[in-house]
Design a protein around this ligand. Sequence first.
Ligand code: BEZ
Ligand code: FE
Length: 311
Amino acid sequence: MPTATETTTHHTEISAAQRRVEDDLVDRVVASFDDCDNPRLKFLMQRLTVHLHEFIRDVRLTEEEWNTAIEFLTQVGHITDDKRQEFVLLSDTLGASMQTIAVNNEAYEDATEATVFGPFFVDEAPEVPLGGDIANGATGQPAWIEGTVTDTDGNPVPNARIEVWECDEDGFYDVQYGDDRTAARAHLYTNDQGEYRFWGLTPVPYPIPHDGPVGRMLTAVGRSPVRAAHLHFMVTAENLRTLVTHIFVDGDPQLEIGDSVFGVKDSLIKRFEQQPAGTPTPNERDLGDQTWTKTRFDIVLAPANPVYEEN
Ligand code: BEZ
Ligand code: FE
């Protein structure tokens, strides 16, 4: 039996005749795409065929296992609708989302690292002014978040659009309540100095939706559905690469336990400094006897079409 991380092929236990049968099938399926007139689609389908057949042959997949996989994917499809995207959860929990992000967001100078998008972004969240509060009724400990947006030469980026979204203190995004509320999400713009600031909530760990087939898969393999506490950002600005990322909370025990979708990067872990009740707030917001936190997240955007130096 091969070990799980070995990448070499393992067809050694089969006879030469059996190997020829299996090789021949791969060749015929690959050739079936030869006339595809979209070169990229042809390439993707042929390489998918090679890898899929390699997997089936490598693990000597049983017919029962294949049927179980098809039944599982059928369940993933059945639970998916315009509000519940189980395929995204599957991609995320298999690390496929993060691998696609890694492939498409190669490190460029000191540009801020990207991480997983997740299924809870909503287009056209309300705008808040600089220093505004995104909570709109979502409960949790207030957090002051401020920083700058610059390019990799250190120039401030005015008018960058920053989308932010997060769960409430119970671990739910507004869209999970099913009552059309909009809370703990907003967009804002950087000022002429490239600065931004807003009130959000101190992020808390929460489980990804795990009452469906992906949750059952996680249970079957002994994995937790919990994500490390985070606050989502998407930053767009002219001529710069769109950044989809989060910040994580330094000291969150879930960082040690692990993030269920492999989204954590050390550079994105920020200190949310606890402020005792009564500490004056940056914009004189009256928080009564509530404690609050503050953090800083300086964002650096890569050029839209970065030119990488050969190494
Ligand atoms: C999220 O962070 O919102 C998320 C990411 C992946 C799967 C589920 C949720
Ligand atoms: Fe999230």
